[in-house]
Design a protein around this ligand. Structure first.
Ligand SMILES: [Zn+2]
Length: 482
């Protein structure tokens, strides 16, 4: 991917591929830069991300020492181009780019909801970078028309008294499995939300059960040795989290709630600062929040965190699906479900997510090398029959919700729909093949997914499609390379 020339605080920095022509040179150069510029600690930049109908603004909250940096200092530039946003760090004295990473945020999702057209809101977010030895400039960029453009920047002087020391650790850290130094492994941190002190044993069992559910799926199954998994015990005063649609509110450690952006099963931790302060006790590349609830729910934001309701019968599936959003930047491949942000637009720009395409030019399809020669693009599938089945299930689900039906009856309906989908999608002529199947990322038209079925498309599927497997493998590579 050829990147643009971007202007940072008056300094023009060229980040083209020509700067680092060969992979070997890149590694060597980054190693020298990394050692000279960064310590092995982490620095957290906390900020408020606000906006509404009249635009978007970022304001610094605080800078904090954030424990140990979980990655290598040899590979500090993100070359994927993923994310709605991107953080870039430049060495202020020389203007060189020394660190970059794409990410997404709650703000980016909120911005696409109807509420954002009529009111302003603010979200607390963080970016984490290796702790600098020398003055640097931290810049947030946002994607505009497919290119990252500077949004906000702040100087960071490592000697400044404004950098707060790491918070005193809260809770008890324990390890599910550990395979090596955090710099060369993916460090997954699992936090619990809504577990009382008496439920500590349950939390430990839930961590093991759900982490193992994900590691039963490829590519995690083959890459287990590339991960460390740790967890932190925290005691909540009461069981469960907030469910606004049922009138239930709980004051919990990370402010986790169902009903995010008006979608009742969408669950995120809203108190980012509290979550980050607890997480700073260990090195981590990814955070999964286990929510002690029986009702189906979860969420995942690229680079931020993922959640799952642990006692839904689908908890293993939701853990794996949402973690893929958070860890690998995968997009949702489904489109027939009620979600807060379908655009219905006639034309779509090419999405950055590695498993979604607008198929502008089939010859340059980003997963072209995985398409078996002779597979038509777009790839035919019996979309009409699939779509005709959905409204009936949605009507029945809405009726059950109106009656405040039990989680068990909602789950039974889900299983019925899953069985129908499994049989239908498995019988398609191109089942199991990679192509470009119209209907993806909440849009029925104009966006395409790589396979008829995938963990990112339906609960019926137990495996990721080939394109998603490769994207996850590449994310593991990026966080575990020495
Ligand atoms: Zn997929």
């Amino acid at each position: 991917m050829a990147r643009a020339t971007v202007s940072l605080a008056g300094v023009v920095v060229c980040v083209g591929l020509a700067v680092f022509a060969a992979a070997g040179l890149r590694a060597q150069s980054a190693a020298r830069e990394g050692d000279a510029v960064f310590t092995t600690g982490a620095l957290r930049v906390d900020y408020l991300h606000s906006g509404g109908p009249d635009g978007e603004a970022v304001a610094l909250d605080r800078l904090a020492q954030d424990g140990v940096w979980p990655g290598s200092l040899n590979h500090l530039l993100d070359e994927t181009g993923f994310g709605h946003y991107r953080v870039e760090v430049t060495d202020t004295a020389h203007g060189r780019l020394v660190y970059s990473q794409g990410f997404s945020s709650m703000y980016a999702e909120w911005e696409t909801t109807p509420e954002a057209k009529v009111t302003r809101r603010s979200f607390h977010e963080s970016v984490r970078i290796p702790r600098p030895r020398v003055p640097v400039t931290v810049t947030l960029l946002r994607r505009v028309d497919g290119r990252f453009r500077p949004l906000w920047s702040t100087p960071v002087d490592p000697a400044s008294r404004a950098i707060r020391p790491a918070p005193r650790p809260v809770g008890t850290v324990w390890t599910l499995f550990e395979h090596g130094p955090s710099a060369t492994k993916v460090d997954l941190l699992v936090l619990g939300e809504g577990y009382t002190a008496a439920e500590r044993t349950k939390f430990h069992a839930d961590v093991a059960r759900l982490v193992e559910a994900m590691f039963a799926v490829e590519p995690y199954r083959s890459r287990r040795q590339d991960f460390n998994v740790r967890a932190i015990d925290l005691a909540a005063p009461a069981r469960g989290v907030s469910r606004p649609q049922n009138g239930i509110t709980r004051r919990t450690a990370f402010g986790t709630s169902y009903d995010i952006f008006g979608t009742d099963r969408y669950m995120l931790a809203q108190d980012n600062r509290a979550l980050r302060d607890v997480a700073s006790a260990v090195p981590y590349d990814a955070v999964e929040v286990l929510v002690n609830e029986p009702t189906y729910g979860g969420g995942g934001i690229f680079g931020a965190h993922a959640t799952v309701a642990v006692d839904s019968p689908y908890a293993g599936y939701v853990f794996t699906h949402e973690f893929a959003h958070h860890f690998a930047g995968l997009g949702d491949e489904y489109y027939s479900s009620e979600v807060a942000y379908a655009t219905g637009a006639a034309e779509h720009p090419e999405p950055w997510e590695p498993n979604i395409t607008a198929l502008g030019n089939p010859a340059t399809l980003k997963w072209r090398d995985l398409v078996v020669p002779g597979t038509p693009l777009p790839t035919p599938w019996d979309r009409e029959a699939y779509e005709a089945s959905a409204p009936g299930f949605q009507r029945r689900r809405a009726a059950l919700r109106d009656q405040h039906a039990s989680p068990a009856s909602l789950d039974a309906l889900s299983r019925e729909q899953e069985d129908w989908q499994t049989a239908f999608l498995a019988a398609l002529p191109y089942a199991g093949r990679v192509g470009a199947f119209e209907g993806a990322s909440y849009e029925a038209r104009g966006l395409f997914r790589p396979s008829p079925d995938c963990i990112m498309f339906s609960r019926a599927q137990r495996e990721f499609c080939a394109v998603c497997r490769r994207a996850i493998s590449r994310a593991i590579d990026a966080k575990s390379q020495p």
